[in-house]
Design a protein around this ligand. Structure first.
Ligand SMILES: [Zn+2]
Ligand SMILES: [Zn+2]
Length: 394
């Protein structure tokens, strides 16, 4: 049986995949600077005799062709970048690049896809069609490596029928995976607001235009966009995490700066919310005698797991792990640049359980103590290989 062959191969390479993951973890690189990581991926593909091309600066696109007749194509994606975080774990594979850490598990995704490649390479006689291995740069920063991969043709010649991706999730115990069909992750836009007034002595408010009070009204009023304008059936989040009013007890400042994030799951509403927020903030500032400069930096679009494909992938996960180990996920309001693939192709993105409460492996991604239960690497490699072959129709 194919599934048993894959499981055996995944066990055989497990130690090697752990070593690869530890190597990548110890040598993290920031987004768009994955030079050594890219070199490492190319070396590993060369060792497997898998042809590849370079793409999107540090990206790598490997190709595996099955030996049976088929012209179907599928793409598998891993991201390679790390985060500007000082690692706090005391482990043998701790980051040797201080201040940079694989705190989002992209070392896991990259080593797993190398493992998947090794498995698929050994099973070429069992399937037909083309598998594209997409090692992309810069998931963590705008404009997102995925958008460059697409721009530079990763999804053309040949065009894949589906793109599959996986991401670590410490909330799910190792041994399990999670998936959701349909809309899954949010679009995310950055908001940069500067409210301008006229500063002066705190004892003479009538001589000044107080941007602090304008800010207070603006923050409160903007929440009406979510509570009164958003369709209650479409999730929306508006959060402001930075407000700078650099006056004093007796000094009214000239301006106040507000930074925030707007997230949702509908492109039309996203566009209309941008216009509404801007208009509201500008009108309030104007009504109070000041002015407002409202900049929006568009982030990733929302991520949608194509229904039919995801139903098939879900079944693949169940075949491989058993129904009890496949969790149905809720909507997750974080953003992920895999969303770009999902906007232009059938795509499905599932979560790899990497937590282990008993062993204290519970820290969330993007924290200095994030780590994984490495037993999950046995699943990540084989499961992706199995899903790829199944989606090719074998
Ligand atoms: Zn991340
Ligand atoms: Zn990530």
């Amino acid at each position: 049986m194919l599934i048993d062959k894959i499981k055996t191969l995944a066990s055989e390479i497990h130690e090697d995949v752990v070593a690869k993951r530890r190597h990548l973890h110890a040598n993290p690189e920031l987004s768009f600077h994955e030079y050594e990581t890219s070199k490492y991926v190319k070396e590993q593909l060369s060792a497997l005799n898998i042809p590849f091309t370079e793409i999107a600066n540090t990206g790598v696109l490997g190709i595996i062709k099955g030996e049976l007749p088929s012209d179907k194509v599928i793409a598998l994606r891993a991201d390679m970048d790390a985060l500007p975080i000082l690692e706090a774990n005391d482990v043998s594979y701790k980051s040797t690049n201080p201040g940079v850490m694989h705190a989002c598990g992209h070392d896991v995704h990259t080593s797993s896809l190398l493992g998947t490649a090794a498995i698929l390479n050994k099973l070429k006689s069992e399937f037909g069609g083309t598998i594209k291995l997409m090692f992309q740069p810069a998931e963590e920063v705008l404009p997102g490596g995925a958008s460059l991969m697409i721009k530079e043709g990763a999804l053309e010649n040949p065009k894949p029928e589906a793109v599959l991706g996986q991401h670590v999730m410490p909330l799910i115990e190792a041994g399990k995976v999670g998936i959701r069909a349909g809309k899954y992750m949010a679009s995310s836009d950055e908001l940069y607001i500067t409210i301008k007034g006229k500063g002066g002595h705190g004892a003479q408010p009538h001589e000044n235009i107080d941007p602090v009070l304008i800010m207070a009204h603006t923050l409160t009023a903007l929440q009406q966009i979510v509570s009164r304008n958003a369709d209650p059936r479409i999730p929306s989040v508006l959060s402001f995490g930075k407000v700078i009013a650099d006056g004093a007890t007796n000094v009214i400042p000239n301006e106040v700066i507000i930074h925030g994030t707007f997230r949702t799951l509908d492109e039309e509403w996203r566009r209309s919310a941008h216009i509404k927020m801007k208009k509201m903030a500008e009108s309030i500032a104007e009504g109070m005698g000041g002015s407002c400069d409202f900049k929006i930096v568009n982030g990733y679009p929302f991520l949608v797991n194509e229904e039919k494909l995801t139903a098939q992938v879900r079944q693949n996960l169940i075949n491989y792990l058993g129904e009890e180990n496949v969790i149905d996920l809720d909507i997750w309001m974080a953003a992920e640049d895999f969303a770009y693939y999902s906007q232009v192709s059938n795509a499905s993105f599932y979560r790899l359980g990497t937590g282990n409460k008993e062993r204290g492996i519970t820290s969330s991604v993007h924290t200095p103590t994030f780590d994984i239960d490495e037993s999950s690497l046995k699943i990540s490699t084989g499961l992706m290989a199995y899903s790829a072959i199944k989606q090719l129709g074998f």
